[in-house]
Design a protein around this ligand. Structure first.
Ligand SMILES: *Cc1c(COP(=O)(O)O)cnc(C)c1O
Length: 404
């Protein structure tokens, strides 16, 4: 056999389009909530591939589902349906408000479908001026041109103008500001129940409730982007369940495949009719390999053991992080839900989130940032207590270094 090509971190700079700046080591293996690099150094994984690996690495049941399906059928194209996709659709429908599902490959694609559905629905209702979309400052909805324009961070979209029009942004959690711009020409409102990339900012219950009422009053589609909050991350299957506010469309991805690329848009019978045969689609959407994996993932996550376990683990993290903060006061607020936790840095440490996660890497723990001033944790939903303790001990050493 031919020797594999030798690769180092330098190879990234040599060969890859430089849209990312990855860490200066290469991970080669994972098991549960631990990963190892090329040199054999171990890390506790508090990032979970950015809220993706909800069952950690190499979960035996998920791996078995992948291997079993890999020996049967990988792909057919949408001219032929398949068993795993139909089973996954039924699982999602039975567990949520939804009656119908559209599958795709990523969070951005799920949001793209949701926004297209909303525009077409208004047009089908005979109102060609009802095409306005309301979104929120600092939101993140993906990187396609439509979703990056719906996102509320102009730095991600401005270089790609002209952007799709008809999108208005208002401040998150400001219901009065939203009420000022939502009217009969609004076809959709898109919102994250907890803004993830924007800094781990939970929506106020009254804000989501108010958006629901405004959408009802103006016949607009309420879209919850649960790509990050979805599939157990907050301790409920989806965050809307905690808020007691039902959207018309929900988008999900990340944890749904636990690392196998898949996304989905969930909606009602009435709205699903909008996207008739030929109006939308994607080659890989609902592919049997991806949906077999997601079906196994869903069966594990949608259980009281895992969902209650998330709430318990939230407390372990809070206790540990508060203790660190008592010794080295660098956080002004620790917030979020379940295992989507954001630590806001005090003024003295503003802008240092990246540096803290780099020191954390050196100490053997992987954490995330959510903007320059927030350290974010999105570990596996089933991370063992021992790994939480060890990871926080390592993180504490990184914090001690930034404080010294
Ligand atoms: C990650 C994310 C997306 C984009 O998902 P991709 O799979 O990267 O396209 C969209 N919305 C939210 C809330 C996210 O966190």
């Amino acid at each position: 056999m031919e020797q594999p090509i030798a690769v180092t971190r330098q190879s990234f700079d040599d060969w890859m389009v430089p849209v990312y700046a990855p860490a200066d080591f290469i991970l080669v293996r994972g098991e549960g909530s631990q990963v190892w690099d090329q040199q054999g150094k171990s890390y506790i994984d508090f990032a979970g591939g950015i809220a993706v690996n909800a069952l950690g690495h190499a979960h035996p049941v998920v791996t078995a589902a992948l291997v079993e399906q890999a020996g049967k059928l990988w792909h057919l194209g949408n001219g032929y349906t398949n068993e795993p996709v139909l089973r996954l659709a039924k699982q999602l429908i039975d567990a949520t408000f939804a009656d119908k599902v559209f599958f795709c490959n990523s969070g951005a694609e799920a949001n793209e479908a949701a926004l297209k559905l909303a525009r077409k629905r208004a047009l089908d209702q005979g109102n060609s001026s009802k095409n306005q979309i309301v979104a929120f400052n600092n939101a993140f909805h993906g990187r396609t041109l439509f979703t990056v324009s719906a996102g509320g961070q102009p730095k991600y979209s401005k270089d790609f103008a002209p952007l799709p029009g008809g999108i208005t942004h208002t401040p998150f959690n400001d219901l009065a500001a939203a009420a000022d711009v939502i009217n009969d020409n609004t076809c959709a409102v898109i919102v994250e129940p907890i803004q993830g990339e924007g800094g781990v900012l939970p929506a106020d219950p009254a804000f989501l409730q108010g958006l629901r009422e405004l959408c009802d009053r103006h016949n607009a589609v309420l879209i919850f982007d649960e790509v990050q909050t979805g599939m157990g991350r907050t301790g409920d299957l989806y965050a809307y369940m905690q808020y007691g506010v039902e959207p018309d469309v929900l988008t999900t991805a990340k944890a749904l495949g636990c690392g196998f690329p898949i996304g989905a848009m969930l909606t009602t019978d009435e709205l699903a009719k909008t996207l008739g045969v030929g109006t939308h689609g994607t080659t890989y959407g609902g592919n049997p390999l991806a949906t077999a994996v997601a079906g196994a993932v869903f069966s594990i996550i949608n259980t009281p053991e895992v969902l209650d376990g998330v709430k318990q683990r939230h407390q372990w993290f809070l206790d540990g992080l508060n203790k660190i903060n008592q010794q080295y006061p660098i956080f002004s607020e620790i917030r979020g839900g379940g295992l989507l936790i954001g630590c806001q840095l005090t003024k003295d440490y503003a802008g240092k989130a990246k540096q803290i996660t780099q020191l954390a890497n050196e100490e053997g723990v992987i954490a995330l940032i959510a903007g320059p001033d927030v350290v974010r944790f999105t570990p596996s939903l089933i991370i063992p207590e021992q790994d939480v303790k060890e990871g926080l001990a390592r993180f504490a050493r990184a914090v001690a270094r930034i404080c010294s």
